[in-house]
Design a protein around this ligand. Structure first.
Ligand code: KET
Length: 442
């Protein structure tokens, strides 16, 4: 203690000494620092690789070919290949801009109260007992990633089990988010490459042998990257296993509405876990389902067993958030709250969301048909069976590299393609590329 106090006093003294000097005195008395010499203090840094998903867009942007196609990042495009701002979002933004009573003050650490309540209701359901009993702590976060990160930091600080199980494979950022928060990351079997479906037996075995209390990350719907979701009956079996072993479910809900086109249907797995009265965490993103990618708007909800626990959880979440980014941004959350609280706008959103989901489903059918008509070797039925934004094609990294080099088609090296980036116009080009890749590259 004493040593710390001494150090602080010495630092203060140095600071006062320096601040009493004039600029020219400082210039004369201070010898050249390492930062003013020619070699950088960061000279030892190796160049970091680009992100495996967002780096695909970087490479795409550098390509000057007119036929280039970006099927990397999961971002919705129109039939014309353009980014889409939903009409209902434009409408909400107009209302916000014209409302002169609005200001740009800081919002609370936990975000906008309306937004938080409506977000919990969206994922848990209007009649959720957990909401009615006030046992859900919801905080506005920086989209899905920020919600996962805040949840992970909270668990690392306050939860007794420090291991999180993620699906094999999963979204590439999951292991990084959890490891950087200080949790140990393990995997559970999920995808079976031979059937291109769920390895349900492997999943049950791995979760069955996880240590009691371990955290289990679950994709609420539209599993990324595989497009393979458990059936509701399988979810029920998973729920029983997870609850009987006292594992802690952490749902990542980045695609609500994108799997089936229905917000309620896609939330069923989460609601099933909340209905049993047990605890769970849910990270929500509005990037995809409201097209608010760059607005960075999402929410973390922690469903607790009692209202007083939830309120203490919320108080601790504030301590996680404040030193991280202080408080979240206002604009995106205001758009979401405006839409969710207005019956008509909400209805319009569900229609536009369904249109996006349906366009993706029609792209699946068109791509499948195009490969069939080319006689491309292999069973491509997984393209129409998988759901959500992505098709996990089964193409290997060499075939992907070939398609990028020869056809200017950009996708992640694991063979995942974003169906949302495809259009009727570009399907033939992709089908040609896949056909060439599987017939010419092994
Ligand atoms: N969870 C999953 C499963 C997910 O696929 C993403 C984004 C996120 C969370 C985070 O999204 P946010 O924008 O923070 O709300 N996935 C796409 C974009 C990305 O990698 O950042 C993708 O897989 O292409």
């Amino acid at each position: 203690m004493e040593a710390t106090a001494d150090r602080r006093i010495a630092t203060l003294a140095r600071h006062l000494e320096a601040s009493s000097l004039s600029y020219s005195q400082i210039n004369n008395t201070i010898s050249s620092s390492p930062t003013s010499s020619n070699s950088s203090v960061f000279a030892h840094l190796a160049r970091a690789p680009e992100d495996p998903i967002l780096g695909v867009t970087v490479a795409f942007n550098k390509d000057s070919s007119p036929s280039k196609l970006n099927l990397g990042v999961g971002a919705y495009r129109t039939e014309e290949g353009k980014p889409l701002v939903l009409n209902v979002v434009r409408q909400a933004e107009k209302l916000l801009v014209n409302d002169s009573s609005r200001n740009k003050e800081y919002i609370p650490i936990v975000g906008l109260a309306d937004f938080n309540k409506l977000s919990a209701k969206l994922i848990l359901g209007a009649n959720s007992p957990a909401i009615q009993e006030n046992r859900v702590a919801t905080v506005q976060c920086l989209s899905g990633t920020g919600s996962l990160r805040v949840g992970a930091e909270f668990l690392a600080r306050h939860y007794h089990q420090r291991t999180v199980y993620i699906t094999q494979p999963t979204w590439g950022n999951h292991p990084k988010v959890f490891a950087l928060a200080g949790l140990a990351v393990s995997t559970y079997r999920y995808y079976d490459p031979t059937t291109r479906g769920l390895n349900f037996q492997g999943l049950l075995e791995d979760l069955g042998s996880a240590p009691s209390g371990a955290i289990v990350l679950l994709h609420a719907c539209a599993h990324n990257p595989t497009g393979v979701d458990p059936t509701l009956a399988q979810w029920e079996q998973m729920r029983q296993l997870i609850r009987s072993k006292g594992l802690l479910p952490f749902f990542d809900s980045a695609y609500q509405g994108f799997a089936s086109g229905s917000l309620d249907r896609d939330a069923e797995p989460v609601r099933m876990f909340v209905a049993d009265g047990g605890e769970c965490l849910v990270a929500q993103s509005y990037a995809k389902n409201m097209g608010l990618y760059g607005e960075r708007v999402g929410a973390l909800s922690i469903v607790c067993k009692a209202a007083d626990v939830a309120s203490r959880v919320e108080s601790q979440l504030k301590l996680v958030i404040r030193p991280m980014y202080s408080s979240p941004p206002i604009h995106g959350a205001s758009i979401v709250a405006t839409i969710l609280k207005d019956r008509n706008m909400y209805h319009q959103w569900t229609i536009e969301l369904k249109e996006m989901a349906e366009r993706i489903i029609s792209m699946r059918q068109q791509l499948f048909n195009a490969l069939k008509s080319r006689g491309t070797p292999g069973d491509w039925s997984h393209i129409i069976k998988q759901i959500g934004m992505f098709t996990f094609t089964g193409l290997n990294s060499k075939q992907v590299a070939f398609m990028t080099k020869e056809y200017h088609i950009y996708m992640t090296s694991d063979g995942r393609i974003s169906m949302a980036g495809l259009s009727s116009r570009t399907v033939p080009h992709l089908a040609d590329a896949i056909h060439a890749a599987v017939t010419r590259v092994v």
